[in-house]
Write a protein that binds this ligand. Sequence first.
Ligand SMILES: C[S@@+](CC[C@H](N)C(=O)[O-])C[C@H]1O[C@@H](n2cnc3c(N)ncnc32)[C@H](O)[C@@H]1O
Length: 321
Amino acid sequence: MAIHNRSHYNHALMSINKMRKEHTFKHKTSTDFASPGRPMLCLNIMDCCEFLKTIPDGSIQLICIDPPYNLALAGWDIYDDYIEWASKWLDEAYRVLSKNGSMVIFGGIQFRDAKSGDLIDIIHHVRHHTKFKLINTIIWRYKNGMSAHRYFANRHEEIIWLTRSNDYYFDLDSVREPYAEKDLAAALKDKRLNPENTMKGKNPTNVWEINRLNGNSKERVGHPTQKPVEIIERLVRALSYPGSVVLDFFAGSRTVGRVCITEGRHCLLCDRDSASIEYFNKHLALMRKMGQPTDYEPIDSTEDFFTKLEGAYPHEGETAI
Ligand SMILES: C[S@@+](CC[C@H](N)C(=O)[O-])C[C@H]1O[C@@H](n2cnc3c(N)ncnc32)[C@H](O)[C@@H]1O
């Protein structure tokens, strides 16, 4: 397969292809990859199932989605047969994910009377009707939330992490949490711990305490279910690498796109609501205000996107170089 002569991509492509050939992804960290230069972003307004059909097999490193939870929070959040609908995008997601790729799905559990499909049904479906492997359930715990009087007030949501194989890319070092000074001294004396890893910080575990965005949060761009940048950053850093492709087909305000710009990942986004464009412009304005990089290469279609990346993500069974 020919590689286009685009010098700012080629260095990254060569290192990625070399690792793919050597099957060494398992033990790599983001520092092993060259920066992609200007990340490409392809922003689409359409139905996710139609959009997914335009994506080649095995071409995506990370799928990071925050689908409708089926809680009737908005018109887009109501499905009569949630699993029948979700199974369509889950099957397509499996097809487009690379062998060392990951998919993360935000979700919640419906309590009380509602029995119309939620994350539990997605997990059940994934277990019994797909080849995905479930690696972790991450508990996203927050201190801020609605009050309740007839039950314990809810203070968590879940994120499930799925892969296609056991040879998935995972860069723990990029998301380790630093020890407090006094804990570090104790951890370095602990014979069960590897001092080299201890110096890099702690495994953040699968319980993440990160507050939800309050109505008056400075990060807010207006989307009713906008997710905090901090969570998306952790997922993007740990499960994708510079120059790889991240996909979010329920993009909302495009928080995932925002993080891909700062983290140097190429990004494919889709949402059927055109308000997504305005929300993203607000993200960019906030990023400028914070002095963050906002430079990206806008790409009109998935076809152009993959033509530009040709060679970096060979279809299964093909060799790039
Ligand atoms: C939970 S929100 C995502 C919020 C996003 N994570 C953020 O940080 O802004 C889900 C999004 O999915 C979109 N959506 C719902 N059904 C869809 C469909 N069939 N195809 C594409 N987008 C859809 C909605 O318009 C909504 O913006």
